[in-house]
Design a protein around this ligand. Structure first.
Ligand code: F6R
Length: 365
C-alpha cells in the first residue's frame, strides 16, 4: 500500500531516513564500531587484494561510482567501476587477488549476475550488495551485504540507491580500519557523520514543497543538463537518469570541466542546468561553470550546502542541503534531485511508478 502517498516513488523517497539508519545501526556494535558479520574478509584477505571492481547496472552503477571514490580514499585500493553488460564481454583483467563488488537492488539483474559468474570463474572473490535476501546474486556471492531499504516497488530506484551508498561507505571504512589506512579518529568521526545523515535527509524531505515550485519552472523544457565535479558528477549522472526515466525529459550529465569541450554548445535561452556544488574544494570551479552557462542563457538551478550563499548571485534558483563533509555529501545531494524528478514527472502527467518501456527487475540481457 502507498500509505497515504500518491505514488510509491514519493513514499519510498520518504522512507530513506529510515533505510539509511537501519542499514547503518544494524551493523554497529556496542562500541560504535562497524561489525560486518556477513562479510568474512579478514585483514589477511584484504592485504592480498590489489584491485577492486564494482560492477552493476543503472542506478546501482551510479552508487558504485561513489563506492570507488570512497574505497580509494579510505582503503587505498585501486577501484574500477564498470557497467555489467560491458564488463562481462570485455575480458577484464581479473585474478585471485581481485575483489568483485556487485551492486543490485533486486539481486536478479541478468547482466550483473553474468558478470559475477565471469569474474568468479577467473578466481575473484565476490561481495554482493543487494536488497533482496536469498536472491540469485546473494546466493552466488561469497559474501553478502544487505541494504535494509525494505521492498522497493516504484520502478525508479530511490531508497535502494541511498542505502547502497551507506553500504559502500561502511565497507570502505571497514576495509580501511582493518588495513590501517585511516586513523581511529577519522574512522569514528565518519561513522558519527553517517549516523547524522538520516536526520539531514529528513530535513531535505521536509522542504520538498520548495523543490516542487522549482519543478514548475522547468517542467516544460525539452532538455536539461546536470553538471558536477568529483562526487557531484556521479550524483549528476543519477539525477539525469532519474528525470529521464520517469518524466521522459531528455537530460544529460556532464563533468563540469568538460563543458568547454563540446557540451556548452547545447546551452540555449532557458535551458535548465542543474549545477551540483557540494564539494568545498571545487566550489569556486562550479561557480565559474555556472557563470559560463548563465552567460549563454541557461536557467541555473544550483545545489549547494547551507552557508554557501554565494551561489545566489549566479543561480536563478538554489536548493540548499545541510552541512556535510565533502566525502559523505552524496547521500544528501541525490535526494533533492529525486524529488525534483518526481514533481516534474507528476506535472507532466506521467505514470510515475510504472514508466513506459521499463521493468523493475531486468532479468534478460
Ligand atoms: C533506475 C533503476 C535501474 C536499476 C537497474 C539495476 O531507477 O532502477 O537503473 O538500478 O536496472 O537494477 P538492480 O539494482 O536491481 O540490479
Amino acid at each position: 500500500s502507498k500509505g497515504g502517498f500518491d505514488h510509491f516513488m514519493i513514499k519510498e523517497i520518504n522512507e530513506q531516513p529510515k533505510g539509511i539508519k537501519e542499514t547503518l545501526i544494524r551493523r554497529l556494535d556496542e562500541n560504535g564500531k562497524i561489525k560486518l558479520d556477513d562479510i568474512k574478509l579478514t585483514k589477511e584477505d584484504l592485504e592480498k587484494i590489489n584491485k577492486v571492481y564494482i560492477v552493476a547496472c543503472g542506478t546501482a552503477y551510479h552508487a558504485g561510482l561513489v563506492g570507488k571514490y570512497a574505497i580509494e580514499k579510505f582503503a587505498k585500493i585501486p577501484v574500477e567501476t564498470d557497467i555489467a553488460s560491458e564488463f562481462r564481454y570485455r575480458d577484464p583483467f581479473v585474478d585471485e587477488n581481485t575483489l568483485l563488488i556487485v551492486v543490485s537492488q533486486s539481486g536478479e539483474t541478468a547482466d550483473t549476475l553474468a558478470a559475477l559468474k565471469e569474474a568468479r570463474s577467473k578466481g575473484a572473490r565476490i561481495l554482493a550488495i543487494t536488497n533482496v535476501v536469498g536472491s540469485s546474486i546473494a546466493r552466488e556471492a561469497d559474501d553478502v551485504f544487505y541494504t535494509w531499504a525494505g521492498p522497493e516497488v516504484a520502478v525508479a530506484s530511490t531508497k535502494a540507491y541511498t542505502t547502497q551508498l551507506v553500504s559502500l561507505y561502511m565497507i570502505a571504512l571497514d576495509f580501511a580500519i582493518k588495513k590501517g589506512t585511516i586513523t581511529e579518529e577519522v574512522y569514528r568521526q565518519t561513522i558519527k557523520e553517517l549516523e547524522f545523515a538520516s536526520d539531514k535527509v529528513q530535513e531535505i524531505i521536509n522542504n520538498a514543497d520548495k523543490i516542487e515550485k522549482i519543478a514548475d519552472s522547468i517542467k516544460d523544457a525539452q532538455n536539461a543538463f546536470y553538471l558536477g565535479r568529483g562526487l557531484d558528477y556521479y550524483i549528476a549522472m543519477e539525477g539525469a537518469l532519474k528525470i529521464k526515466e520517469i518524466s521522459y525529459m531528455h537530460a544529460e550529465a556532464f563533468a563540469a570541466g568538460e563543458l568547454k569541450h563540446g557540451t556548452i554548445a547545447l546551452i540555449e535561452e532557458n535551458t535548465p542546468v542543474i549545477a551540483i556544488a557540494s564539494q568545498d574544494y571545487l566550489f569556486e570551479k562550479m561557480i565559474s561553470n555556472m557563470k559560463e552557462v548563465k552567460a549563454r542563457g541557461a536557467f541555473v538551478i544550483a545545489l549547494a550546502k547551507e552557508g554557501n550563499k554565494e551561489v545566489e548571485k549566479v543561480a536563478d534558483k538554489v536548493i540548499y542541503i545541510p552541512e556535510v563533509s565533502d566525502i559523505l555529501s552524496s547521500i544528501l545531494t541525490v535526494v533533492p534531485l529525486q524529488i525534483l524528478s518526481y514533481y516534474v514527472a507528476v506535472k507532466r502527467g506521467c505514470d510515475v511508478d510504472k514508466p513506459r518501456n521499463l521493468a523493475k527487475s531486468v532479468t534478460v540481457e
